[in-house]
Ligand binder design. Structure first.
Ligand code: ATP
Length: 361
């Protein structure tokens, strides 16, 4: 291989903040990324994902804290001095340059001899599987092909870090899946270190070695996809990981890591994920998959069915309780609209959280 990424040990964000006037877009974000990791920055719109990436790239100055590449402080360097590869949602290709010229642009700017540029561009073309397309203009390529050019252009400069900001959001669903696999393949083949911004939890779960969940400019949880999926640390992370049912109740007891809640007069038990005190408000978080039609009694709530949709393998329904709680559930059999049923939760899979902190939600 002629493409050899710059080597380093770790990238470290040390209490990085970024303010826009009165708005704290990032607050004390600390994070260490090891070489060869694939990190996803995940969170809802406006949580600070792009701001984090742009601070790392140098496109935005930080207003507090520092960024380190091993022992070198880099947040004071200009973007071109950091030399990270960037891939954007809108590709940002030069429309008047062909594929080969687009990919080689950064190398030419660095004054690299033509023969060497050709060798590296050829290898990048091979890596993103675009051989044969090198003389086309971006306008003659599909969205997926344009994104491959953007990726080739980012890696051909042999950056220590590859930064990607929602690179797949302009592609249709099928191509998105294909390119997702391609991005991970390229990351592995190159031994790259990648930071990848997305608001799509499936994308983060399937691509990343570790996921950083952001909310309102604050890191809420960092963990492997399995850790985040199975053991979200806070209610907002759980909701992002598919726990779509949030049942507000009062803590009746807490014992051996389990909590019992009173939810509208019914008892719901689950795994306590935060410190809870008896008598306080808490929330049971439940995935639609873990709510099934059952009998009155343990871990069940009486609800009225509002909608029911056939989804091939199963039905997905919505319902509400007398006290106004909303539910999403799955069922293997059809359920009559307007009927009253009992939804039962698997108590091993119910997670119980304390009241969310105000201002962080
Ligand atoms: P999205 O997925 O919608 O792009 P995001 O998580 O990437 O969201 P950011 O773009 O990082 O969010 O924005 C974080 C916050 O900072 C938002 O409230 C946004 O409005 C604000 N913000 C971002 N850039 C600027 C700017 N140049 N000037 C003022 N406010 C900004």
């Amino acid at each position: 291989m002629t493409i050899a990424l710059s080597q380093f040990g770790e990238v470290r964000l040390d209490r990085v903040s970024r303010e826009f006037g009165a708005l704290n877009a990032l607050r004390d974000v600390s994070l260490t990324i090891q070489r060869r990791e694939f990190i996803a920055l995940l969170g809802p719109s406006g949580c600070g994902k792009s701001t984090t990436l742009n601070c790392i790239a140098g496109l935005l100055p930080v207003t507090g804290g520092a960024i380190w590449l091993d022992k070198n402080r880099i947040d004071t360097l200009r973007p071109e001095e950091r030399g990270f590869g960037m891939v954007f949602q809108n590709y940002a290709l030069f429309p008047h340059l062909n594929v080969r010229q687009n990919i080689g642009f950064g190398l030419k700017m660095r004054g690299m001899p033509k023969a060497e540029i050709d060798r590296k561009v050829n290898e990048a073309l091979g890596l993103v599987r675009l051989q044969g397309q090198e003389n086309k203009l971006p306008g003659q390529l599909s969205g997926g092909q344009q994104q491959r050019v953007a990726i080739a252009r980012a890696i051909v400069i042999e950056p220590p870090l590859v930064l990607m900001d929602e690179p797949l959001s302009n592609l249709d669903a099928k191509l998105r899946l294909e390119m997702r696999a391609e991005i991970r393949r390229i990351h592995n083949e190159l031994g790259a270190t990648t930071i990848y911004v997305t608001h799509d939890q499936d994308e983060a779960l399937s691509l990343a070695d570790r996921i950083v969940v952001l909310r309102d400019g604050v890191v809420r949880q960092v963990g492997t996809p399995k850790e985040l999926y199975e053991a979200p640390a806070h209610l907002d992370v759980a909701e992002f990981m598919g726990f779509r049912n949030r049942l507000k109740g009062t803590v009746v007891s807490v014992e051996n890591g389990r909590a019992l809640l009173d939810v509208e007069g019914s008892r719901i038990s689950g795994v306590a994920r935060e410190n809870l005190s008896v008598g306080s408000t808490a929330y049971a978080a439940i995935r639609p998959d873990d709510l099934v039609l059952g009998e009155a009694g343990g871990n069940a709530l009486k609800v009225k069915v509002d909608t029911i949709e056939y989804r091939g393998r199963e039905f997905v329904g919505t319902a509400h309780s007398e006290g106004g709680l909303d539910f999403v559930f799955r069922s293997h059999q059809p359920v009559d609209l307007g009927s009253t049923v009992h939804l039962q939760a698997d108590d091993q899979r119910v997670l119980v959280f304390a009241e969310p902190i105000k201002g962080r939600r």
